[in-house]
Design a protein around this ligand. Structure first.
Ligand code: ADP
Length: 594
């Protein structure tokens, strides 16, 4: 976990960044919040001003008309202020806030769909990414609120200070001095909280995983079948214990500083009381009862307001740590840049000495092969050999570390990314079915009537046809229960068929099928192969498979081991080589002999 302090300049920039983000989302709301801060601030000075004027007028025997005028002006000002306040908080703010949050969230969702897949592999970035997604709305409204409050406190303290200074400049200066000391104490206290928060980040991240572990259905089966939850519960205990120790440490330090702050505050009040009471009892007119009352009230106010200003700076600095995460996330530029060339049709794919490392170690080393239009190839090999990684490079989910990948003899980096990916269809090993209707899941898009035949034909070819006839709402059946209480949960194999249908429904020219029949029964697998034959007779297909029923029929097999191609050729050629492929094949074939 990174433990960085945010320097003032960076903190300022971060806050400005968040503010501009808020401004882009809803100008009116931001401006009104700041204007609201200004008027609330002015209200503090105005109340002290009017009270001292009215009391002094009474004390020095002014005419009743003058006193009434002062009271009338005060009432008018208060009424105007209250109306504005009510309009902002009861009408404007609640209606605009929801829309504001919607816009902010949407911009984050769009960004999240666009970042490089490699971002998910970096723990720090991933933590910041999750934080940004979960807290963007709160963080942004918070920053706008903090700034509005800061404006309020600055305007309020300046106006109250002006009123106190006109009554007694020395009292005003003493309050300022005490506030300065107070500020230093607060900074020390803030340092304690800051360090505590950083420690907590790591604890909360673990906590979040533990909560996910026990609440998401993804983990429910393994929890019931294994003892893994014991480890997680032990981790939970360790986490809570760490949290307890950190809280004790933080509380001890913070209490000491707080005690000094309280002593300073009370000392200041006693000093002002003695000083002003002395002036009043001298009876030379230098201190009137209005001035006495106003100074005491104002000194409390001023002390709190200056404390508020400090707090806002401190808060903004603290928030800027979180703003920094949001900024890092939003400013992350995709390293995978789109090229310019539009890919019209697919003719060939070639790996030329391709090496790739997610981190430091090469996962693929010097891999070379070529596939031409209409050919079918298969990658085989043990788990972790690098097969899936090779297909991710073809889709440019990652870029090669060394060597190059050519499509139609041109480096894939030169193609427009969208047009490149449009020519490819993939069934991933960890395929996903979304909380949407069957039709939307197959299309990966919004469903309209004219797409009905495409959807049904794709589902039939992926061997989902029989199940489809059982579904009351057919292709309009809603899948999963995340969004719909009445949604249908399909079996693993049925979900896989939906993912396969997605590939068939699109007019892709290069199909990548990573263990497409891993969850299918043998009959479904047989029928799926027929479906692939029908849909992909003209297409290029790359299989990743351990199923020999598939590898027997492909044009070429590439056997990978530790990121290198160790054997290649047709099934018959590899069998006669009697190498590792033959060994794997014979091992598997034996299982079916009686
Ligand atoms: P295969 O498909 O042959 O089973 P993969 O291509 O999925 O193998 O993985 C090859 C190696 O790369 C494995 O050692 C795996 O741990 C590693 N690997 C896969 N994905 C990542 C990732 N996102 N970050 C780091 N290492 C990864």
């Amino acid at each position: 976990m990174k433990k960085e302090k945010i320097p003032f300049k960076k903190s300022f920039k971060n806050n400005l960044f968040i503010l501009s983000l808020a401004f882009k989302s809803d100008k009116v709301m931001v401006i009104m919040r700041l204007v609201m801060g200004f008027f609330t601030g002015l209200n503090h000075g105005a109340s002290v001003f009017f009270i001292s004027k009215i009391l002094n007028a009474l004390d020095s025997g002014e005419k009743i008309e003058y006193i009434m005028l002062l009271i009338g002006l005060m009432a008018l000002y208060t009424l105007a202020y209250e109306l504005f306040f009510a309009w902002y908080y009861k009408l404007l703010f609640p209606t605009r806030k929801l829309n504001f949050i919607r816009l902010v969230h949407k911009s984050f969702f769009v960004k999240a769909s666009d970042i490089d897949l490699s971002c998910y592999d970096t723990t720090d970035f991933y933590n910041d990414f999750i934080y940004s997604m979960q807290n963007c709305d709160k963080s942004i409204t918070n920053t706008v609120d903090q700034l509005g409050d800061l404006i309020r406190s600055i305007v309020a303290s300046s106006s109250v200070f002006a009123v106190v200074a006109t009554i007694d400049i020395w009292v005003a200066l003493v309050i300022l001095g005490a506030s300065f000391v107070n500020m230093i104490l607060r900074l020390i206290q803030n340092g304690v909280y800051y360090k505590y928060n950083l420690e907590m980040n790591e604890i909360y991240r673990k906590q979040w995983y533990i909560e996910k572990f026990f609440s998401l259905s993804d983990y429910a089966k393994e929890i019931r079948l294994t003892d893994i939850s014991k480890n997680i519960l032990n981790e939970y205990d360790r986490n809570v214990e760490k949290e307890r120790k950190e809280a004790i440490k933080m509380n001890l330090k913070a209490r000491v500083v707080e005690t000094f702050t309280t002593i300073l505050g009370h000392g200041l009040t006693i000093f002002i009381l003695i000083y002003m009471a002395y002036g009043l009892f001298k009876g030379d007119g230098s201190v009137l009862i209005g001035g006495f009352t106003a100074t005491i009230t104002a000194s409390w106010k001023l002390r709190n307001l200056i404390y508020d200003i400090q707090s806002k700076f401190v808060e903004m600095n603290k928030d800027s740590l979180f703003a920094d995460k949001i900024r890092t996330f939003l400013e992350t530029e995709s390293k995978i840049k789109s090229g310019e060339i539009l890919l019209d049709s697919f003719d060939s794919l070639e790996f030329k000495n391709v090496s790739f490392a997610y981190d430091k170690e090469n996962v693929l080393s010097n891999v070379s092969f070529k596939v031409s239009k209409g050919e079918r190839i298969a990658f085989v090999g043990y788990n972790g050999a690098g097969k899936t990684t090779a297909t991710k490079l073809i889709m440019r989910l990652y870029d090669v570390t060394d060597g190059e990948i050519l499509i139609n003899n041109i480096n894939i980096k030169e193609y427009d990314l969208k047009s490149l990916r449009e020519k490819m269809g993939a069934v991933f090993q960890d395929y996903q079915v979304f909380s949407a209707t069957v039709a939307e899941n197959v299309l990966g898009d919004v469903y309209t009537e004219e797409k009905q035949n495409t959807v049904i034909s794709a589902l039939n070819d992926s061997t989902f046809g029989e199940k489809l006839s059982d579904l009351k709402n057919g292709i309009n059946t809603e899948l999963t229960r995340e969004f719909y209480d009445t949604g249908t949960n399909l079996s693993g194999g049925e979900n896989q068929k939906i993912a396969i249908a997605r590939v068939f429904a699109h007019n892709s020219e290069l199909l990548i099928m990573d263990e497409p029949s891993s969850a299918l029964d043998p009959i479904a697998e047989y029928n799926l192969n027929l479906g692939i034959d029908k849909n992909a007779s003209e297409k290029t297909v790359i299989f990743i498979t351990h199923r020999l029923s598939t590898t027997r029929h492909v044009d070429r097999i590439y056997m990978l081991e530790k990121g290198r191609i160790i054997e290649s050729g047709s099934h018959d050629e590899l069998i006669s080589q009697n190498g590792k492929y033959a060994y794997m094949f014979n091992l598997q074939a034996q299982k079916y002999k009686i």
